[in-house]
Design a protein around this ligand. Structure first.
Ligand code: UD1
Length: 340
């Protein structure tokens, strides 16, 4: 049985990926520093898979602790989620982002070299494309100058991976560029649980519907889009999690075409903010209190993925609809708030 280290494995995407890995027969060890997650996520994972992953509360910025971990555990591959991801916070505190998102990657890659670990999956973002010149966005689209330190950490991380793979040809790495992950596991045992005020659209919607927030602000309705609100590619988090397993199997099975590969992970379909609001009202039966406010600085107008490479080369495609994702996000929110 292959043992996989999942960093940030108690976070939103990480926890769903741990479930998907266990369901495919991988043994999982999680590293998480609980900076944006709860240890009780382990119970949620266990209730779905009947297996509790090994867990180490380690801060990956502490190099000595990272070294000690790899002296104690042997692993066949790493999926590296652990990172900070709030765009606004990264503008306020760039050094926190450069330390959290870059030091940790370097320390992990050093350990890969030290311990002959050849399989590495990285969490990247469609933010690297900035405002794209053409839609849908293919992996060949240029990387644009980052608008935030957060976005810059993803661009630099991909360069770190590219250069490291170039120098060490036994290392196989895949960078997965996520579009907008939403939703929760169908069991409602795990889901997205942001600390503080949600920055992302769907948790803000579900918290508003649950009565935790008074009103959703829709950031702008004067964009050059059909209804004036921004367009994104919302992908069900369980589909996204499954893509990680497929990517890992690709490199473990040495089916990769190059030792550093990049794939977009999206549905290929763009939805506007107002369409998401309407879809949420339809699936939940709740009326959402929202108002149109000014644009949010740094938002791009429209992004959605060209999925051809992921479909044909990676051999993965999404199976779940945006409505299913919104329905599962709402079930999860209700469960967390005791509304069921
Ligand atoms: C953002 C980041 C992206 C990052 C991701 C991770 C930008 C430009 N992009 O994605 O790089 O990987 O978060 O968390 O910041 N919206 C509202 N009201 C709200 C919240 C959001 O109208 O209260 C709108 C936004 O303007 C946007 C859409 O909903 O049009 C999606 O926003 P969000 O969920 O924050 O994701 P992104 O901004 O696409």
């Amino acid at each position: 049985m292959k043992r996989i280290l999942v960093t940030g494995g108690l976070g939103y995407i990480g926890s769903h990926t741990v479930v998907a890995l266990q369901e495919e027969g991988f043994e999982v060890v999680v590293i998480d520093n609980l900076s944006n997650s709860e240890v009780s996520v382990l119970d949620g994972i266990e209730s779905i898979t009947r297996k509790r992953p090994a867990f180490e509360n380690i801060d990956l910025r502490v190099k000595k602790d990272v070294e000690d971990f790899f002296d104690n555990y042997s692993v066949d591959g790493i999926i590296h989620f652990a990172a900070s991801k709030a765009v606004g916070e990264s503008v306020e505190n760039p050094l926190l982002y450069y330390e959290n998102n870059l030091h940790t990657l370097v320390y992990l890659l050093q350990q890969c070299e030290q311990h002959n670990i050849h399989n590495f999956i990285f969490s990247s973002s469609c933010t690297v494309y900035g405002e794209p010149d053409a839609l849908p966005i293919t992996e060949a689209a240029p990387v644009k100058e980052a608008v935030s330190p957060y976005g810059n950490t993803k661009q630099i991380s991909e360069e770190v991976l590219r250069d490291t793979c170039h120098a060490n040809e036994r290392l196989k790495a895949i960078s997965l560029r996520y579009f907008n992950p939403i939703g929760a596991h169908s069991s409602a045992a795990i889901g997205e649980l942001p600390k503080g005020t949600p920055q992302n659209l769907v948790p803000f919607i579900t918290q508003t519907a649950a009565g935790l927030r008074e009103q959703l602000s829709v950031f702008g309705d004067d964009y050059p889009t059909p209804d004036g609100s921004c367009i994104r590619d919302y992908i069900h988090v369980v589909d996204l999690a499954e893509a990680h397993v497929v990517a890992l199997q690709r490199i473990i099975g040495e089916k990769n075409d190059a030792n550093f590969e990049i794939f977009n992970l999206g549905t290929g379909r763009g939805s506007s903010v107002l369409e998401v609001v309407n879809a949420f009202e339809n699936v939940s039966g709740e009326k959402l209190n929202y108002k149109i406010v000014d644009r949010r600085p740094g938002d791009v107008i429209a992004v959605y993925a060209d999925t051809q490479k992921a479909n044909e080369v990676l051999g993965w495609k999404t199976k779940r609809t945006m409505e299913e994702a919104l329905d599962s996000a709402w079930s999860w929110e209700k469960k967390v708030r005791g509304l069921d």
